[in-house]
Design a protein around this ligand. Sequence first.
Ligand SMILES: O=C(O)CCC(=O)C(=O)O
Ligand SMILES: [Fe+2]
Length: 289
Amino acid sequence: MSTAAMAQIPAQAIRAVTDAEAAFFAANGWVLLRGLVDPGLCKAMLERGKPEIDRAATPVGQWSMPTEDLLAKMGEAAAGGGDVVTEIGQWVEWRGAIRALHDPAFTRVGLDPVMGHNAQALLGRKRQVQVYHDMFICKRPDGISTATGWHQDYGHYPFDRNSLTFWIALAEITPDMGPVRFLSGSHRMGMFGRIDPLNEVDIIDEYPELGALEASPAYHMQPGDCTVHNAMTVHGAGANLTPDPRWSYICTYFPVDSRYNGMPSHDADGYGLKVGFPMDHPTFPKVPL
Ligand SMILES: O=C(O)CCC(=O)C(=O)O
Ligand SMILES: [Fe+2]
């Protein structure tokens, strides 16, 4: 971020969540936080992230790599401490701006103490949190990136506590760009397995009771607006049917007392973590420090 751009970002770049927002999150498993992040900081993140997306090795829209190979490739990069850009069909992502690169703009958001306090307020636990993963995401335009299938994040994470994800709009996102939607109350209905957006199982076919839940609106979002979802909340997104890319940044946090469960993961392999112990490694920074 240039010094001039940095100077325009206020010291308080993230606002605190309100009690009403925390109560909504507890009841529904997700919440929309209007104006969470300073728009100037979102602009800085967008400027830094856009060129990274062009590093995707796979040609646009020609994602054909088998899931295992893709995950292995991401794992190698992460275990080597590096960032990685991957085209996964539903989006193209740059993973590791904070964890691998300590990028100043992304770190400014993800490691802001207010984010840590917000995560605690929403999870309803007074425990410091740690960044699990962070991703700058582009859902490609004109339906090139496919819809994000309904899924629950919990089954993908190699630790034993509940966690949550902040999903921040970095540019205007209209309803037909595929903003993330949530099945309200699904966070209280148990585990629906590791149904991966990368495999083609329809979670609502598998668990018809989910079909009775109300889906959240496809919100029209401005830069800095954010949705947060509980790792137990079923969520998905439509394809981006507009000619403009859908730009967002995701940061996932887990409580510091979480224990590593040893499940292979391209975000956690290669750091010497011990099963049954906290994930006390600098690649999962603590917030607030
Ligand atoms: O950006 C999307 O379409 C989905 C994101 C998602 O699954 C997540 O943030 O957990
Ligand atoms: Fe997800």
